[in-house]
Design a protein around this ligand. Structure first.
Ligand SMILES: [Zn+2]
Ligand SMILES: [Zn+2]
Length: 244
């Protein structure tokens, strides 16, 4: 019988801490561009970095949060998210690039927007959707349960802490909500290695938006590529989605 390694919420850290964490700033090789969304061209939100075992690198995962539900950000192939596998050494905090000049003005920059009627909800003008509101570090706890849900339950009972402090699972087998969606490497075509699955986490204000589902991070270390997607209960993407 195998065990499950859970990722447990373990407090906060500096935004540039060189550890596995949710939130903060990504660590990347010098010269890396902040990734952008293929669908809306906006800059992606940094979700998490996962330090791979065996010194195989750091997997940084990003997702479009510019208009949730519109960019198929749950899909491994739509371009609404990104997983970048970096080498383990020589990483530095990736600076946030300047935002494109904002909406005050008669400067007619070449915005090729097909969506002229996008409604801007300016509820939080100073909120930067490229970053999460908090940094969470994780503690790895191994539970002698092969299945994810029973492992979460066993940990919660043993620790007396709520199950939503479990941020996900490291390695092992992904616990798909619907069906196996293992992405294939865009380099070699092989099914990618499962690295971790992530949950929204305990704090709705600062959690990534996985539509109350789960995200799955994958990598192909030999090719230096990452892939990720998320999955939720039921047939429709959250927010109605852009559909097919
Ligand atoms: Zn987008
Ligand atoms: Zn590959």
């Amino acid at each position: 019988m195998s065990a499950t390694t859970l990722l447990i919420h373990d407090g906060s850290a500096a935004p540039d801490a060189p550890v596995t964490r949710v939130g903060g700033l990504p660590l990347a090789p010098a010269g890396t561009d902040w990734p952008t969304c293929t669908a809306c061209s906006g800059q992606l939100q940094f979700i998490a970095q996962l330090v791979l075992d065996g010194g195989r690198g750091v997997l940084a995962v990003f997702m479009c949060a510019n208009d949730p539900g519109s960019c198929q950000e749950w899909s491994a192939t739509s371009g609404g998210n990104r997983a970048l596998l970096f080498p383990p050494d020589g990483l530095a905090p990736l600076p946030l690039p300047a935002l494109p000049a904002a909406e005050d003005g008669d400067d007619e920059s070449d915005e090729d927007d097909g969506d002229a009627d996008e409604e801007e909800d300016d509820e939080e003008d100073d909120e930067d959707v490229r970053l999460l509101g908090a940094v969470r570090t994780v503690e790895r706890v191994t539970v002698a349960e092969p299945e994810y849900r029973p492992a979460v339950k066993a940990w919660s009972e043993r620790s007396g802490r709520p199950g939503n402090e479990v941020l996900g699972r490291l390695g092992g087998t992904p616990d798909w909500l619907q069906y196996d969606e293992t992405p294939h490497c865009t380099g070699c075509g092989a099914p990618m290695e499962f690295i971790a699955q992530l949950e929204d986490g305990p704090d709705p204000l600062t959690a990534p938006n996985f539509g109350s589902g789960r995200a799955y991070a994958h990598a192909c270390a030999p090719c230096g590529r990452g892939g990720w997607l998320w999955d939720w209960w039921g047939g429709r993407p959250p927010g109605g989605g852009a559909g097919t």
